[in-house]
Design a protein around this ligand. Structure first.
Ligand SMILES: Cc1ncc(CN)c(N)n1
Length: 222
């Protein structure tokens, strides 16, 4: 038993089924084996652009909480670097969309996306503690990191034109960023009350469920 020093590891073991569901989803496996339907990829691209625009204020709300609640000023530096990366990410979505002929201004958000964005908005409330919010933040980033890194592993047959997308989240720098977010989350979870721990665990599961729904939507399943 790890005790409280690596709560994230404890939870990932306990909830491994849903975690694997989010990080080894058929949408990702289709990219990895080269069988991805390009209309699914374009649907994901357009919907994720909308998601990322909602993700920016969510990260801004965490920056504010880190400034107010964290005992370590380096938390803020990491979150700020994440915000800067999101600025690049938005520019990347625009150029990638024009490459694929996807008109971002006319995209209608699907229900799974709206539900996920609404969930993010609920986490922006000042009532949500920094510990809970940073756990959610780590989980959201980690799902993309683990998913897209899987598409770049030896033996994968990811189509050439999708490799840049996989690199965006599957690169080692993003992996290091996710590990740093996980360390911050663990540090705060170690000091948290049992009540706070239960809240963070529930939110982690909700994130994983939303990620699965998002992939399902991208595959055109809902
Ligand atoms: C749905 C979703 N989840 C996570 C990420 C990674 N920021 C994203 N772009 N989109």
């Amino acid at each position: 038993m790890e005790g409280k020093s690596d709560m994230i590891a404890t939870w990932l073991k306990k909830h491994s089924l849903i975690y694997t569901g989010a990080t080894r989803h058929p949408f990702i496996l289709d990219i990895r084996d080269g069988s991805i339907d390009l209309s699914s990829f374009k649907r994901w691209l357009a919907q994720d652009y909308i998601f990322v625009r909602a993700f920016v204020p969510f990260v801004a709300s965490i920056l504010l909480k880190a400034w107010k609640e964290s005992d370590d000023s380096s938390d803020m530096d990491l979150i700020l670097s994440g915000m800067a990366a999101l600025n690049d990410e938005i520019a990347w979505f625009k150029s990638e969309a024009s490459k694929w002929g996807v008109a971002l201004h006319s995209v209608v958000p699907h229900k799974a996306n709206l539900d996920y964005c609404r969930f993010l908005e609920s986490l922006m409330s000042p009532d949500i503690e920094y510990t809970v919010a940073i756990t959610a933040f780590w989980a959201i980033e980690a799902v993309y990191q683990e998913s897209f890194a899987h598409c770049l592993e030896d033996g994968s047959r990811t189509p050439e034109e999708l490799k840049e997308t996989c690199q965006r989240w599957g690169n080692t720098g993003f992996g290091q960023y996710c590990r740093s977010l996980r360390n911050i989350a663990n540090r705060h979870l170690e000091k948290a009350s049992d009540h706070m721990l239960s809240k963070a665990e529930v939110i982690l599961i909700r994130v994983l469920e939303h990620e699965v729904e998002f992939w399902n939507m991208s595959r055109g399943e809902i």
